[in-house]
Structure formats: structure tokens, C-alpha cells
Design a protein around this ligand. Structure first.
Ligand SMILES: N[C@@H](CCC(=O)N[C@@H](CS)C(=O)NCC(=O)O)C(=O)O
Length: 200
């Protein structure tokens, strides 16, 4: 059985939880609190020297970290990860986009607003994150106007990676009303029979 070290409020951790549910895999969840410094403890740094969650621990005790890498591991040989090279590369393309253009803006804006209560010394950084976050949503909207999922016709780990923080973008202060294709896509993912919510 897998063990996930994670925080229920974290979108990066939620990616792993959603993937495990969609695949119907059993796991145990070890709750971590980043605000209390759990990820800085020596025992945890043995699992991820970078001191970040999520971490997926396998039965033999080996650990995998970086949320999108974990998604690729779990989705191997499943319907959520195509084998055809061009499609598989498009999945990676969206996952790299998520880590470089989306998550550093949407998740950081959410952290500053929701976790930190918008301290004055981070307000200008927050505003930059919001501007760049909307830029990322525009890119997603353009794709989702054309195809039901980010990589064509099927639900993949590209969608899981980008769903995680997009579906809680309102908590970061974003308004997705001008992005109808993103809203329809969010509803499509949430309608999956094995879907699990972030706080379920
Ligand atoms: N690129 C990493 C980001 C992981 C990350 O930033 N995790 C946050 C929680 S969402 C964390 O562990 N923060 C604790 C810290 O940086 O001390 C991934 O996708 O897994």
C-alpha cells in the first residue's frame, strides 16, 4: 500500500490524492502541517531532501517527490497517460506549464491570501501573481475552447495537474466567470464517478 505525506489544503498534495482515487488504489495519508514546520524535520528530509510535500512512499520504503512526477508514476499503464509519443509529450507540456506558469502564480496568490491573510509586505507580489495567473488561465481557456480536456478528447494527468489549483482559484481571489471553457472543464472533471474533493 502507498503512503502519502501531504496536507489536505495543498493543491500539489491533492493531485496525488485525486489520482489515487481515480485509479481506485488504497493508500494511507500522513498529515503534514507546513505552517508548523513538519517538512523541515530531519526524518522528513530523509524522504524528500527538498523539504516539500507531497511525497509518495512505496512499500519498499523508497520515496518519490514532485507532484507531477508522482502523477506520471501512478498513471503509468493507465487510461490517464497516453503511450503515443506526441500525446505523451503534450501531457508533459501541460505539466511543465503548470509548474512554471500556473502554480507559482495561482498557488502562491492563494497562499498569500488564504494562509497568510494578505500581509502588506506581500501585496505587490500577490498582485503580480494574479496578473500572471490570469495569463495562464487565458492559455488554458484557448485550449479548452477547442478540446474537452487539455490533451484532446481524454482525461489525463495533465488535467489533474492543472485542476488542483484551478478549482480553488476563487480562494486566491481569481474570478473564473470570464473563462466558460475552464468552468465547463472543471465540472467535467468533478463529474467523474471516482472523483474525490480536496476536503473529502
Ligand atoms: N514542485 C513541487 C512543489 C511542492 C510544494 O511547494 N509543496 C509545498 C506545499 S503545496 C510545501 O511542501 N511547502 C513547504 C515548504 O516549502 O517548506 C511539487 O509539485 O510537488
Amino acid at each position: 500500500m502507498y503512503t502519502v505525506y501531504g496536507d489536505y489544503r495543498s493543491g500539489n498534495c491533492y493531485k496525488v490524492k485525486l489520482m489515487l482515487h481515480l485509479l481506485g488504489l488504497e493508500y494511507q495519508w500522513v498529515a503534514m502541517d507546513i505552517l508548523k514546520g513538519d517538512t523541515r524535520q530531519a526524518a522528513f528530509l530523509e524522504k524528500n531532501p527538498n523539504g516539500k510535500i507531497p511525497v509518495l512512499e512505496l512499500e519498499d520504503g523508497s520515496c518519490l517527490w514532485e507532484s507531477n512526477a508522482i502523477l506520471n508514476f501512478l498513471a503509468d499503464n493507465s487510461e490517464f497517460l497516453p503511450t503515443e509519443p506526441r500525446l505523451r509529450t503534450q501531457v508533459l507540456q501541460w505539466q511543465f506549464f503548470e509548474q512554471y506558469s500556473h502554480e507559482p502564480n495561482v498557488a502562491v496568490a492563494r497562499f498569500i491570501k488564504l494562509y497568510q491573510g494578505m500581509p502588506d509586505d506581500r501585496r505587490s507580489e500577490y498582485e503580480t501573481c494574479v496578473e500572471l495567473g490570469y495569463r495562464a488561465f487565458k492559455v488554458m481557456e484557448q485550449q479548452l475552447q477547442r478540446t474537452p480536456y487539455l490533451v484532446g478528447e481524454f482525461f489525463s494527468i495533465a488535467d489533474i495537474a492543472l485542476y488542483a489549483y484551478t478549482h480553488v482559484a476563487d480562494e486566491a481571489g481569481f474570478d473564473l466567470a470570464p473563462y466558460p471553457a475552464i468552468q465547463a472543464w472543471l465540472a467535467r472533471i468533478a463529474a467523474h464517478p471516482r472523483y474525490v474533493g480536496m476536503h473529502d
